[in-house]
Design a protein around this ligand. Structure first.
Ligand SMILES: Cc1cc2nc3c(=O)[nH]c(=O)nc-3n(C[C@H](O)[C@H](O)[C@H](O)COP(=O)(O)OP(=O)(O)OC[C@H]3O[C@@H](n4cnc5c(N)ncnc54)[C@H](O)[C@@H]3O)c2cc1C
Length: 323
């Protein structure tokens, strides 16, 4: 190992951990990637496949209060809340709601648009090094509004996107029919997310970056990390096979990150937006791009094996069985 290079453990081999491991290895560090599952098989497997390089709109909104009652009573809406879980985690909910004021939402949108704009360059760097083009479709996703009211309800989100340079075009019923002829011509309006694209296989992208990391001298250990601890000045990971000493640790364990970080006293308020997907096999030629629906909050994306319907936000923690 060269001078100033570290032995770094990255915990979590989802898309985030694999990309971090790739860049650390490229910079000459000795990198060991740990995961209790095969790389890319958890959240990074089941998503809707959209690249949202410039998104700045989150679930927090000053208008959430108005929408909340109808959203909360619906079991099939874009937001589903487990009340028992919420009452058990009131401090998190209070913090979430505090971040729904106009000034906080503006602050989040500004930070997020700046933060996520780096993702585009990082992905470009990766995609220039390994050929992933067969898994990426350069068709801009669209998001559809069934009624004038739904469209007007999103005015605040449109203004945020405009303010923070997240480009989109507004399209009408005829445009939608031309772009996606298989859809019923019933939509009031839609938006096109300019410059974005989607993947037909999220897992194959993660696997390709992972394989490249391994070919460049990276290491992978299939095990669960139970805790992180310090002994004197030394830093350790504890797994069932024993303790591993490293110089630095990156926790990239997705929604499980705070469970692990807590073992070394780092307690940050991370909760999960649970989501689901189902596959409609052999129908992938019905759509040319990823299509989202404002009313239900999910996307349908044509993937390798068929059309994947994915989305919704369920606040119910990590332990509850599937809804
Ligand atoms: C339904 C749905 C649709 C989505 N659609 C999109 C989309 O279209 N576009 C988009 O950008 N994002 C989307 N997302 C979000 C996106 O999928 C996630 O942000 C992303 O996959 C997170 O990657 P990650 O590497 O952080 O987590 P993960 O992929 O979950 O990886 C974390 C890894 O850590 C491992 N791990 C956890 N704890 C330990 C431990 N103690 N020891 C060892 N290993 C551990 C896990 O096994 C896992 O492999 C969607 C999410 C959902 C649920």
């Amino acid at each position: 190992m060269k001078k100033n290079m570290n032995k770094v453990a990255v915990v979590g081999a989802g898309i985030i951990g694999v990309c971090i491991a790739h860049f650390l290895r490229k910079n000459g560090h000795e990198v060991i990637l740990y995961d209790q599952n095969e790389p890319g098989t958890q959240t990074s497997f089941g998503n809707a496949g959209l690249f949202a390089n410039k998104e700045c709109v989150t679930a927090n909104s000053p208008h959430l209060w108005k929408k909340l009652p109808s959203m909360l009573l619906s079991k099939n809406g874009p937001l589903v809340i487990d009340w028992f879980y919420v009452f058990k985690h009131l401090p998190w909910i209070v913090r979430f709601l505090r971040n729904c004021t106009t000034s906080r939402v503006e602050h989040i949108a500004k930070s997020l648009s700046s933060f996520s704009s780096h993702a585009k360059f990082a992905y470009e760097e990766i995609f220039n090094e390994m050929d992933i083009s067969e898994y990426i479709v350069q068709e801009e996703p669209i998001y559809l509004y069934e009624s004038k009211q739904l469209f007007e309800n999103d005015q605040y989100a449109f203004n945020l996107r405009k303010k923070y340079n997240v480009h989109f075009d507004i399209i009408n019923k005829e445009d939608i029919a031309k772009m996606e002829p298989s859809l019923e011509p019933i939509y009031y309006k839609g938006i096109v997310l300019k410059g974005e694209s989607f993947t037909i296989s999220p897992i194959k992208i993660t696997k390709k970056i992972f394989d490249n990391f391994m070919n460049n001298g990276g290491n992978f250990v299939l095990t669960k990390i139970n805790s992180i601890f310090k002994k004197g000045d030394s830093l350790f990971l504890r797994c069932n096979e024993g303790d591993h000493q490293v110089d630095k640790i990156v926790v990239a364990a997705g929604v499980w990150s705070n469970v692990l970080a807590r073992t070394i006293g780092d307690n940050f308020p991370l909760d999960t937006e649970r989501g689901y997907h189902i596959m409609f096999e052999n129908n992938n030629n019905l759509l040319t791009r990823s299509v989202g629906w404002a009313k239900t909050g999910f996307y349908m994306t044509p993937m390798e094996e068929g059309i994947r319907a994915a989305g919704t936000v369920e606040i119910a923690g990590l332990k509850k069985p599937m809804n």
